[in-house]
Design a protein around this ligand. Structure first.
Ligand SMILES: [Cu+2]
Length: 346
């Protein structure tokens, strides 16, 4: 029967450790201009698109990180401030439900132990009782832990189900690939081919005003308020894509496509790290997710040579208008004439 109590405590501890573990690396983020992301290190499959909309590049300016947001803090013991509704729910569940229950159970068991040690020691209790059963107590210490576990199971399992609910059809799809030792990001619906995201060295991170060992050259950029679906895989060994402030942790396994989703609710830069021991430079493949308002996200997409889904390629519009104005009689011909132009610039 005493095994039960041990089991309850073990189970409570296990349930109380969700995937938003706090990173312990020390941040150092003086305010300064953020470095402009470098051009993709890997050739995109649509190089022609690079020239399609250079005018829009100027409107994307990499966001500066905020101290204490999306990154660890010195001496921090709580989870990072959560930037998704589900993350906030998980944090509330931990801080307001699980931690109080664990505290009460631990203190109660400690109290029982102290009472037994003091009250029933040989000196204070020379003639021990020969009682071996007490039905009421045995029923209580079986039923109460079971009821506690059932009470915890409802919010825990519904949170887990919400976290792994399949993404909606209009989610922003990003393919994430873990390499030894950097990350590749690809936006198939936006025409952005894979680009590589590497850690900045210390002088570069300092110059950019970003925390060293978390700052990267090319961030993953996502829109705020829209669901993001990550399809995650590994190129060589198992990595793990983890961003504590987004309640996101998913293994990147070679030969498998794992999926996870999140919806960021406020703009910001959120850092994470590879969280699966993957080799000698495991500690040096950080993750930086930049969440932007939708219009700024669209500007970033254009700066990468891509386009928003459903959006016409920017260049063909004037090209189609010109022949229509010059030769109105040839108007029916403009549509087929524009089509190859669109194909060429896309
Ligand atoms: Cu890794």
């Amino acid at each position: 029967m005493k095994m039960l109590k041990t089991l309850v405590i073990a189970a409570t501890l296990a349930i109380g450790a969700p995937a938003l573990a706090q990173d312990t690396t020390a941040p150092a983020a003086p305010a300064a201009a953020t470095a402009a992301p470098a051009t993709p290190a890997v050739a995109t499959p649509a190089p022609a698109a690079e020239a399609a909309a250079p005018a829009a590049d100027a409107t994307y300016v990499p966001m500066k990180p905020t101290d204490g947001i999306g990154q660890p803090v010195q001496g921090g013991i709580d989870f990072q401030p959560q930037a998704t509704d589900l993350g906030q729910r998980a944090k509330n569940l931990n801080n307001h439900v699980l931690l109080p229950i664990m505290t009460v159970v631990a203190l109660f068991v400690l109290g029982l132990l102290l009472w037994v040690i003091l009250r029933y020691r040989a000196k204070a209790n020379p003639v021990p009782s020969k009682t071996s059963h007490n039905t009421l107590i045995e029923v209580v210490w079986t039923a109460v832990p079971a009821l506690i576990l059932i009470a915890i199971a409802f919010p825990s399992l519904s949170l887990l189900a919400a976290q792994y609910k399949p993404a909606s059809a209009d989610a922003v799809v990003i393919k994430v690939k873990g390499y030894q030792w950097n990350w590749g990001y690809e936006y198939p619906d936006h025409g952005i081919g894979e680009y590589i995201s590497k850690m900045l060295d210390e002088p570069a991170a300092k110059a950019a005003g970003e925390p060293f060992q978390l700052a990267v050259d090319n961030r993953m950029v996502v829109p705020v308020g829209q669901e993001v679906k990550l399809i995650i895989t590994g190129a060589d060994v198992i990595h793990s894509f983890a961003v504590p402030a987004l309640l996101t942790k998913m293994d990147a396994v070679p030969g498998r496509a794992n999926e996870t989703t999140f919806t960021v609710n406020k703009p910001g830069v959120y850092y994470g790290q590879c969280s699966e021991l993957c080799g000698v430079d495991h500690a040096f493949m950080p993750i930086a997710v930049e969440a932007l308002p939708p219009e700024k996200f669209a500007a970033w997409v254009r700066s990468k040579g891509g386009k928003m889904p459903g959006e016409a390629a920017p260049a063909p519009a004037p090209a189609a208008a010109a022949p229509a104005a010059a030769a109105p009689a040839a108007a029916p011909a403009t549509v087929p004439a524009a089509a190859p132009a669109a194909a060429a610039t896309n």
